[in-house]
Design a protein around this ligand. Structure first.
Ligand code: ADP
Ligand code: MG
Length: 341
């Protein structure tokens, strides 16, 4: 194991620079100058997003490996670009690294980060590297671009629009609970938690540790002109739907039995003694896309075969969930909310 103190800040930065290889035409200076110089496509709108991942708040190093942490810190930002219908182009990584973290662990972080950004041809163009007195701090910024007229926002949903969601919901939150339960069990037996999580992970745990941003779908939707609003599901369906409704000035009816649930979550819910719907509504970190489609474009939308499920309709009223059998209840935003505990 190599200590960061042996390498120093600039040694580490030049290692990162080397790991990410040659400069791209879009960022000809690459990493290493005072600021990155970036070429954006003419006529496109620049998208910018930042997400922090804090040890103890967003992750716990006893069950997150560094590769997954790097992957996820890229994924959560790319997901925000996907939710605007954009193309991600550039990324910056700012790290606060506490004592005890090795050079190898930082390299693993960047391997995971690179695996994901390379897939979408995103360049790493800069960042910042500091020592931290307390915990590990990760802050990632991603820049992307989109045609102004094609951009999808949280505003724009109209009464009568149908509500769709990609993939399945709740898997990540259920995966986290499985991780926590597994860790607790191991600690109770006096076993090493870290080693126990060296793969193979179940599908649910994988969805928590290595989420996949829906870049291609977001892009296809934006270009199709069928969608009226979009958001990525990062806080849980109930909260993210509320964001769309608030910013669009509308309400919604959601049909509980239409919410897509994986077979894995149905099995795990029995084990965790809870219902899968709870994770789907309040869980968060699924990074699926939630969007609305105007009725006149439904036929065209269906012909695109975008993998998604219709779960409800936009209304002029409140945000309600209709359970099997027809019972209607108000859908409160119960997803994750910092400062509210
Ligand atoms: P300055 O003091 O001018 O802010 P730094 O010494 O912090 O410059 O950084 C030098 C160069 O290395 C900059 O181009 C910066 O963007 C890049 N950089 C620093 N840390 C990282 C990192 N963790 N990942 C990627 N690039 C980094
Ligand atoms: Mg700096």
């Amino acid at each position: 194991m190599m200590k960061l103190s042996d390498l120093g800040e600039f040694g580490l930065i030049s290692q990162i620079e080397k790991a990410f290889g040659k400069k791209s035409p879009g960022a000809p200076l690459g990493i290493g100058d005072d600021a990155a110089a970036l070429f954006v496509s003419p006529g496109k709108t620049l998208l910018a997003t930042t997400d922090m991942l804090l040890e103890g708040v967003h992750f716990d190093l006893s069950y997150t490996d560094f590769y997954s942490l790097g992957w996820k810190s890229a994924a959560v930002n790319l997901s925000d670009i996907a939710a605007m219908g954009g193309i991600p182009r550039f990324s910056l990584t700012a790290l606060g690294i506490p004592e005890g973290i090795s050079v190898e662990q930082v390299n693993e972080f960047y391997k995971g980060f690179k695996a994901l950004i390379r897939k979408y041809k995103v360049d790493l163009v800069g960042g910042d590297t500091c020592s931290s007195e307390v915990d590990l701090v990760v802050s990632v910024t991603v820049l992307g671009e989109v045609e102004e007229k094609k951009m999808l926002t949280r505003a724009g949903a109209k009464p009568g629009d149908r509500i769709f969601v990609t993939g399945t919901l709740g898997d990540s939150a259920a995966g986290l609970e499985l991780l926590l339960a597994k860790g607790k069990g191991l600690r109770a037996k006096g076993k090493d938690v870290n080693s126990a999580f060296r793969i193979p992970h179940s599908a649910l745990i994988k969805r928590h540790l290595r989420p996949v941003p829906r870049i291609e779908i977001g892009r296809k939707l934006a270009l199709s002109g069928c969608a009226t609003s979009m958001i990525d599901v990062s806080d849980g369906l109930s909260s993210d739907l509320a964001h769309i409704c608030e910013q669009s000035g509308v309400g919604a009816d959601i049909y509980a039995e239409k919410i897509p649930l994986s077979k894995e979550i149905k099995a795990a819910a029995k084990q965790l003694k809870t219902i899968p719907l709870h994770y789907a509504l309040s869980g968060g970190e699924d990074y699926e896309l939630l969007f609305t489609v105007t009725p006149s474009k439904l036929k065209k939308f269906r012909s695109l075969r975008i993998p998604s499920r219709e779960i409800g309709v936009i209304t002029r009223g409140e945000i309600d969930i209709i359970h099997e059998g027809g019972e209607r209840r108000r859908l409160e935003p119960t997803g994750y909310n910092h400062f509210r505990k």
